[in-house]
Design a protein around this ligand. Structure first.
Ligand code: ASP
Length: 599
């Protein structure tokens, strides 16, 4: 009892910076003496009266300085205030004459009696408003000012909420969050590593993890059974728009599971997030094989919020007089809803669009589906009404639609038509940010041929288990072997991917052999894992979600950078702290490094 009183007394003595936040006061507070702190959003000076909008993370409260009621020296101090000054005010909550229904505190204002300037501010280089006049580079250089803006702050809070829900869901399901090391060993497989020179081991380097893959597998050998970690990963890849050299994964692994168990668990997590964060109940969670996704959508991460599925036309379009189709490996089309309304000029523009080097199609054949049930195609010379009716049937085109047809090498043409499908869907407004259509793509190929190195690479990673029923093809037709690997796709984005792992030394050694490792190389780089497999490694599998992308999609936006507090720019630079940067001679020497740059 005595203790509590003592605490209460000392607590009272603490000088409080504020009694309320700037989003808090209402009519019910009128008459109260309050203390507020925050940043000056804007000032309006009428001479004898002055208003200041005071902002903090929680909102804006209007302050009023009035010649008759505010002490003179405070009035004078108020005149010196500039944008983004940090101030503290004491005053009385009064009812506002002209109310502002746009803000939560719009019914009241604070009649200021005392003003303290806690810190001054230079004039910010861009406006701290929802719609700012600052360009990207400037906003990044002064990211701490950008974070004061509502949309950026809200995105960071949104990300926090998603992370909390992930932790809640997985912890409830007995997953344990374990931290794995950041200074690890470099391996040539996968993307390029970021490396860190070791001062104490001259000439030797650590690498930053591209993912905690081997560690989470070792945790399964360690008997932890269910692991997760919200973890930074690093990949030194050539930067594409909206890719970050450091990014965050929700990394997960489970022991004693088959593919079905993993899919069900993380379907559950996704459902939970969509429900808690977006208030959306997902009815269907379809599964599609990789082959089916490629055939129907030309893509292993199909956006299934809308139709426009591919119709393969080889059967009905080849073996006529049209040599372009006859010489093609694949003739394939999509029906564009309402596309018959496009003018000739608009269609020509579309053809130009797919001929751009980024898409690379050689041309496009089309057929209009008229309202009276007739067709009019760009290849009327070779195809009659009956032929075109078959095209319509196969692509699912209805009266009023436009059938777009591409032809050529199967892989290329699928990629090109997929690009066209996504572009048209965007133009038609079919990719609604508030609609969510997740699915699993399963049965990925185990290996993928790389033209450059003229050898097979692991499509997912070298620890992925081949499907036992396909193992016999490893020697004869390696490209045909399917893996127990899966991706979760949401609205045309791969948001997660994983696999059932190899858990015995012999299969892992066989896999390394197929990937072109000598037994010595395999031992040198992954000996620790293969050794662990000899000490009772349980069957296991898992996956990792990309948190940055997931958060952006749940937030109904496209750019991940908007959901990262301090992102790097498109050349991988942090323009605020100016990194990467040179290090000085002494540091280099300590690290036993000599630079020989021919710049
Ligand atoms: N480590 C993998 C990745 O980063 C995910 C997994 O297989 O669990 O893509």
């Amino acid at each position: 009892m005595i203790e509590i009183t003592k605490f209460a007394l000392s607590y009272k003595k603490i000088k409080m910076y504020r009694t309320h936040s700037n989003g808090e006061l209402r009519l019910t507070n009128v008459g109260q003496e309050v203390t507020l702190v925050g940043w000056v959003q804007k000032t309006r000076d009428k001479g004898f009266m002055m208003w200041v909008d005071l902002r903090d993370r929680y909102g804006i409260t209007q302050l009023i300085f009035d010649e008759d009621r505010t002490p003179k020296e405070m009035m004078e101090k108020a005149k010196t205030l500039g944008r983004e000054f940090v101030i503290q005010v004491k005053g009385e909550v009064i009812e506002r004459v002209s109310r502002n229904s746009n803000i939560s505190t719009g019914d009241i204002e604070i009649l200021v009696k005392e003003l303290t300037i806690l810190n001054k501010s230079l004039v910010p280089p861009f406006t701290i408003e929802d719609e700012t006049d600052g360009g990207d580079e400037l906003r990044m250089k002064y990211r701490y000012l950008d974070i004061r803006r509502n949309p950026v702050r809200e995105n960071l809070i949104f990300r926090h909420k998603v992370a909390i829900e992930v932790r809640k869901y997985l912890s409830d399901k007995d997953f344990i969050e374990v931290e794995t090391p950041v200074l690890i060993k470099s391996t040539p497989e996968g993307a390029r590593d970021f490396v860190v020179p070791s001062r104490m081991n001259a000439g030797q380097f650590y690498a930053l993890p591209q993912s905690p893959q081997t560690f989470k597998q070792l945790l399964m050998v360690g008997g932890l059974d269910k692991y997760f970690q919200i973890v930074k990963c690093f990949r030194d890849e050539d930067l594409r728009a909206d890719r970050q050299p450091e990014f965050t994964q929700i990394d997960c692994e489970m022991a004693f599971v088959e593919q079905e168990d993993v899919l069900n668990t993380f379907e559950g997590l996704t459902r939970h997030l969509l429900k808690e964060i977006n208030g959306v109940e997902v009815a269907d969670f379809p599964r599609m094989t990789y082959d089916e996704a490629m055939k129907k959508y030309g893509n292993d991460k199909p956006d299934i919020r809308f139709g426009m599925e591919f119709g393969e036309l080889n059967e009905v379009a080849k073996h006529k007089e049209f040599s372009v189709f006859n010489n093609a490996e694949l003739v394939v089309g999509i029906a564009v809803p309402g596309g018959n309304s496009y003018t000739r000029k608009e269609i020509d523009k579309l053809i130009e669009w797919i001929k751009r080097p980024q898409v690379g199609a050689l041309g496009m054949v089309y057929s209009r589906c008229n309202d009276d049930g007739t067709f009019k195609s760009s290849v009327d010379k070779f195809y009659d009404e009956a032929d075109l009716a078959k095209w319509a049937e196969i692509t699912g085109a209805k009266a009023g639609d436009l059938i777009c047809v591409l032809s050529g090498n199967t892989d290329k043409v699928r990629t090109q038509l997929s690009a066209l499908r996504m572009e048209l869907a965007t133009r038609l407004g079919l990719r609604k940010p508030n609609e969510f259509a997740p699915l699993w793509v399963v049965d990925f190929p185990l290996l993928e041929w790389d033209e450059e190195s003229k050898r097979f690479h692991a499509m997912h990673h070298p620890f992925t288990s081949p499907k036992p029923e396909d193992m016999h093809l490893l020697d004869t037709d390696p490209g045909k072997v399917r893996a127990n690997a899966y991706d979760m796709v949401l609205n045309g984005n791969e948001i997660g991917g994983g696999s059932i792992r190899i858990h015995d030394k012999a299969t892992q050694a066989l896999m390394f052999d197929h990937l072109g490792f000598t037994p010595e190389e395999a031992k040198d780089q992954f000996g620790f894992l293969m050794n662990a497999f000899e000490y009772g490694a349980p069957p296991h599998g898992g996956l990792a979600f990309g948190l940055d992308r997931l958060v952006a999609i749940l937030g109904g936006q496209e750019t991940i950078r908007d959901f990262i507090a301090f992102p790097k720019n498109n050349s991988g630079r942090d323009v605020m702290i100016d990194a990467p940067s040179k290090i000085d001679e002494t540091q280099l020497k300590e690290l036993n490094l000599k630079l020989d740059l021919k710049l």
